[in-house]
Design a protein around this ligand. Structure first.
Ligand code: FAD
Length: 288
């Protein structure tokens, strides 16, 4: 019997460990788009932005621990499709057969359209992106964060901690008001201002300026331009389910939570952060 877990991050790892703990004796294969063993993301926007941080990544489990657990890893190999009838995960030109499947592909950040090739513009979801942001801060970047969510707030704080200019651009009049409510949001705004962050509220972005393929400024829809060497886009995430678009379960993934939904074919589970609900962040504890 073969259990395949797509998504080699926290939820995927916990699904593998839960499977073993609850008696799964068959093969377990963990497929990951990134080249790294599963790692923790919260430090990416915190300690890993500090001056003097090493590029090295400390995985949640070592290769030896995964070997001991009997987990085979296929890393740097994104799943590109799913054949539920044939019970195969498509990985580029090849495929991996399964008897049971866990989908733990998490979330992917929204990007600003048309900015993929502009140097200095990034999201912050992966280790590689955290390294890029830290290196830009090391170089003294003038930072503009688009979106005053948690991650955006942390990046602005990291820049101000180093005494670098930091601007947050936020469409809402009160940052974090949708997740925390207006009063805590207003307190966060005050904290940003006290730290010296230039907070632009109630305004959107109408474009970016660049020279020689590198960002130089963010144009706001009130007509002002904020100079920038580093632009971090933190405007939210969507489920990382593009690879399922052609599959039989495509229509359910947008609304699936980490709990089992009756519309899913038997032996298919979704785990971790792909659910649209911000509260559905628990890893699956059962795989059958
Ligand atoms: C910068 C940052 C800071 C955070 N800080 C906090 C915090 O302070 N507190 C908190 O509670 N939460 C925080 N979070 C959120 C937390 O990290 C997530 O809830 C958690 O990572 C969700 O785990 P997951 O395994 O469900 O999804 P993810 O961590 O998103 O993992 C999904 C994995 O699937 C892989 N994948 C995607 N598509 C494919 C594919 N087609 N084939 C194979 N693999 C694929 C991805 O590469 C990724 O490795 C933070 C997140 C980030 C990005």
């Amino acid at each position: 019997m073969s259990l395949v877990i797509v998504g080699a991050s926290l939820a995927g790892l916990l699904a593998a460990e839960s499977a073993r703990r609850t008696g799964w004796g068959g093969q377990i294969t963990l497929i990951g788009a990134e080249e790294h063993l599963p790692y923790d993301r919260p430090p990416l926007s915190k300690a890993q932005l500090d001056q003097g941080t090493a590029d090295d990544l400390v995985p949640l489990r070592t290769q030896a621990e995964l070997d001991e657990l009997g987990v085979t890893t296929l890393l740097g190999t994104p799943a590109t499709g799913l054949d539920t009838a044939g019970r195969r995960v498509i990985v580029g030109d090849t495929s991996v057969a399964y008897d049971a499947l866990v989908i733990a592909t998490g979330a992917t950040p929204y990007r600003l359209p048309g900015t993929d090739n502009i140097a200095g513009v990034t999201g912050l979801r992966t280790h590689a992106e955290a390294v890029a942001v830290r290196r830009a801060l090391d170089a003294g970047a003038r930072t503009v964060v688009i979106g005053a969510g948690f991650i955006g707030s942390e990046i602005a704080s990291a820049a101000r901690k180093r005494g670098l200019p930091a601007t947050i651009v936020e469409r809402l009049d009160v940052p974090l008001s949708r997740s925390l409510g207006p009063e805590p949001g207003a307190i966060c705004a005050d904290l940003h201002r006290a730290a010296g962050t230039d907070l632009r509220l109630g305004v959107g972005v109408s474009g970016l300026e660049s020279t020689g393929g590198r960002v130089t400024g963010v144009v706001l829809d009130d007509g002002t331009t904020v100079p920038a060497d580093l632009v971090v886009v933190g405007i939210g995430v969507r489920p990382a389910t593009a690879w399922l678009e052609e599959s039989a379960i495509a229509s359910t993934t947008a609304t699936a939570a980490s709990s089992v939904t009756p519309r899913w074919p038997p032996r298919h589970r979704v785990s971790g952060q792909p659910a649209t609900s911000p509260t559905s962040r628990t890893a699956a504890s059962t795989v059958t």
